[in-house]
Design a protein around this ligand. Sequence first.
Ligand code: FAD
Length: 446
Amino acid sequence: MHKAERLPVHRGPAAWNSILPAEPASPQLEGDISVDVAIVGGGFAGLSAARRLRLNDPQIRVAVLEAGPLADGASGRNSGFMIDLPHDIQSEDYAGKGVSADRKMIGLNRAAIDFARSAVEEYGINPAFFDPLGKINGAASGTGHALNVSYAEHLKHLGEDSEMLDARDMHEVTGSRHYTSGLFTPGTVLLQPAGYIRSVAAGLRRDGIQVFERSPVATIDKSGQSWELSTTKGRVRAGKVIMANNGHLESFGFARKRLMHVFLYASMTAELDDAALSKLGGRSRWGVTPSDPMGTTMRRIDTAQGGNRIVTRTCASYLPGMVPSEAGVERAAKVHRRKFADRFPTIADVPMEYSWAGHLCLSWNGVAVMRELESGLFSACCDNGLGTVRSTLTGIAAADLLLGRHSEISAHFLAEAEPPKLIPSPFAEIGANLYFRWKEWQAREE
Ligand SMILES: Cc1cc2nc3c(=O)[nH]c(=O)nc-3n(C[C@H](O)[C@H](O)[C@H](O)COP(=O)(O)OP(=O)(O)OC[C@H]3O[C@@H](n4cnc5c(N)ncnc54)[C@H](O)[C@@H]3O)c2cc1C
């Protein structure tokens, strides 16, 4: 039997969810049900797996079991950049593992974006939740600009378009005079992540897939040829299971000591009033990632996405116990305030309405855990920090593997090595967090 040693613990509200109008929740699982496939986790990976199963087998009976409310986990706590290009957050300038590997990854990332787009079209999802606006790597120092130049060069080798913006262009887009330059790339989609997740789940439900919220899976047990999963108030008998619970795969005893649990932090302003909007200027929607991966991501959203607001994302902590602290959120919120004021001094007094932490799962060698863990039990986990695309892909891959259907996406993940075992050390957590602080300090202007 696989027993959940722990369930997700969140700190701070999932703001993207909070700013949308309330909608009827999916039911909680009560009583016993029988399905062909049970999916543990209702984020990008779990919902993508469910949709892929249904697309390939319209008769298949699927249940998605989500521990919390939908979009309350990392899938509703991110910055919403669905990025097509290499975006290796463990590198200096996002360039990946060389030209041919990067070309392949771009193809896969675009397949994930197309898969999401097809769900948006088929389910009639609000286009403001899936905006193909592109993104800008903002630079605020000579070092940041140099990183953009090197990344632009790498993109040129890949045959990818990019456009260098100067300080005036950056001001015209963002209303901020903080940025000295920026590198625009057109292929990123900007999500309202909670809107997207909730709407995909609603579409799946209309398609006959059962989606249960507030239904944490406590145990998974092999019973003859099938599996039995228990939740707080119910039980599921399933022919097969897909684990799509990201870092909490380890909570069930899989990939033990091979996954790195990192938390990122973000804050969102209160709605900007007319006075603040006229001082701010710039466009009503944009997304700026930092030229240095350890810098600060900023997004401006508008009323169709939950209000005229600005989102600031920076700071990271390595937390092997998977429990972020109130103090960690407070520390990050102070940094967010400072970064916001640096960029928007004329509206520095606008309060932050929400600050939160969210869980990433990384592996030392940047691979996912997408395979059959035991007969009939599959994994679509380990997002490596870029789950809007990566977890969409692992979800698709796990569904294909389960159905015995060869695809380029499943072949990609099956060819990956296993994540190596991490060296257990009482100093690892301290060392990793000191490293993050040092990198944050180095990227302080970005
Ligand atoms: C502040 C921040 C900014 C980010 N920005 C970006 C970005 O701009 N672009 C990008 O691509 N990525 C970004 N990310 C990362 C992105 O959010 C994740 O990669 C993505 O959410 C991973 O999706 P997932 O479905 O694999 O996992 P999750 O979103 O973590 O979903 C897994 C689900 O499993 C559920 N679960 C866990 N245990 C159980 C259980 N026992 N029973 C049932 N359910 C369970 C959880 O509640 C959770 O909802 C960001 C993350 C953070 C925190």
